[in-house]
Design a binder for this molecule. Structure first.
Ligand SMILES: [Zn+2]
Length: 392
């Protein structure tokens, strides 16, 4: 890459990140490319989403969190919404779905494809009548606020991901009766403050809990990863009917037989799908060809990339993607929900190396979409290393 090229790329990266808003530059650049209108509106939406996310993060996260650096996948040119990447890389052939439109389209697809109770565990909890009762949801994250309050990030069936203030929650545990813990499904009485962005959490009632898992360090780590992933991948206050069912299903999978790598992979695929970023597994993300020998996995281009298209995949996260990894991920995607995907753990066709390669590929994709490191993943990696040491 020449110096001019690098400077040009850096400049465009800044523009994409929204730090530079020179309209002349944008027009000039976009006008030269086909499909610019779509891309520009995508940029606007991506910026809006980014701004919302920033506002959300500012409201929520303690100073230490704000200082978190972007991960290796948050490299120059990377944006949270995958929209701008093709332009950055100049490969016009890449299939670059618009995340928001893609979410809507996939939701319609799913509605046609699956009976609504495919993830049936929620209907037992009364989630099929969302209009009649307080929203059903889980706590994704809590942060101490002032002396006695708690800032709570929830995922609810009716409002999606919301942030609420639980007054007095740190002083009186009784008031929320255990509903503000991980591994608990509750009904939350929410009220908007008159002019504020935050919701008020007035009360909560436990509906189901999986807290018997609390003594299992690895199970808690898996459950935390599930919660952190929802927090990182799904947009604010944009309810996805299946997301809560997916969380419940993942926790059911944990309760059914302990931590399962295949269940986590199923969760990652399903959640990326809900986020409008379903990874390509069997077909090339760039040209649609069937994946065979010599393929690569490129998290920034949407997953599997065929041998021919892989020639233009040169970012740091690109890794070999062999047919065994493809078959393993295909099997998990077919099984669908995390609880069902547990079966792939014991499938004799796949080796530990296949499972490891699949994990690394999906985790790279998840981190790329999240655009930041995930604490629970770092913790899981440490636990994994510790377990391997004990076994050796
Ligand atoms: Zn291809």
């Amino acid at each position: 890459m020449g110096a001019t090229d690098a400077a040009d790329r850096a400049e465009r990266t800044v523009a994409v990140a929204g730090a530079s808003r020179d309209p002349g530059d944008r027009r000039g650049r976009a006008g030269a490319e086909p499909g610019h209108r779509r891309r520009r509106s995508r940029e606007c939406r991506a910026r809006a989403r980014g701004a919302r996310r920033d506002a959300d993060a500012t409201a929520l996260v303690p100073a230490a969190d704000l200082a978190r650096s972007r991960g290796s996948l948050g490299a120059p040119g990377r944006t949270d919404a995958r929209g701008d990447l093709a332009a950055d890389r100049r490969d016009a052939d890449a299939v670059v779905p618009d995340a928001a439109a893609e979410r809507g389209r996939r939701r319609d697809d799913r509605a046609r494809r699956d009976p609504p109770d495919r993830l049936s565990s929620l209907s037992e909890s009364g989630a099929h009548e969302p209009g009649t009762e307080a929203p059903l949801g889980v706590v994704l994250r809590t942060t101490p606020l002032r002396e006695s309050d708690l800032l709570v990030v929830l995922y609810t069936d009716r409002h999606g991901r919301v942030t609420a203030v639980a007054r007095g929650a740190r002083k009186s545990r009784r008031r929320f009766a255990g509903a503000l813990s991980l591994l608990v499904l509750s009904r939350f009485q929410l009220g908007r403050r008159p002019r504020g962005e935050l919701w008020g959490l007035d009360s909560a009632e436990v509906v189901r809990e999986w807290t018997q898992l609390s003594s299992d360090v690895v199970a808690v780590a898996h459950a935390s990863y599930v919660a952190e992933l929802v927090d990182a991948l799904l947009p604010v206050e944009s309810p996805e009917p299946e997301a809560l069912a997916l969380i419940v299903n993942a926790w059911d999978a944990l309760a059914a037989g302990g931590p399962s790598p295949s269940a986590l992979r199923a969760f990652e695929i399903a959640l990326l799908d809900l986020a409008g970023q379903r990874p390509a597994i069997d077909r090339c993300a760039a040209c649609g060809a069937e994946i065979a020998d010599g393929a690569m996995f490129d998290p920034l281009r949407g997953g599997a990339i065929c041998r021919a298209c892989a020639a233009t995949s040169r970012t740091a996260g690109v890794r070999p993607y062999d047919t065994a990894t493809r078959d393993y991920l295909h099997t998990i995607a077919e099984l669908g929900a995390p609880l069902a995907a547990r079966a792939a753990d014991a499938d004799p066709r796949f080796t530990a190396a296949d499972r490891g390669a699949a994990r690394d590929a999906l985790v790279a994709m998840v981190l790329g979409v999240a655009g930041r490191p995930l604490r629970s993943l770092e913790y899981l990696a440490k636990l994994g290393a510790a377990t391997r040491r004990t076994r050796e």
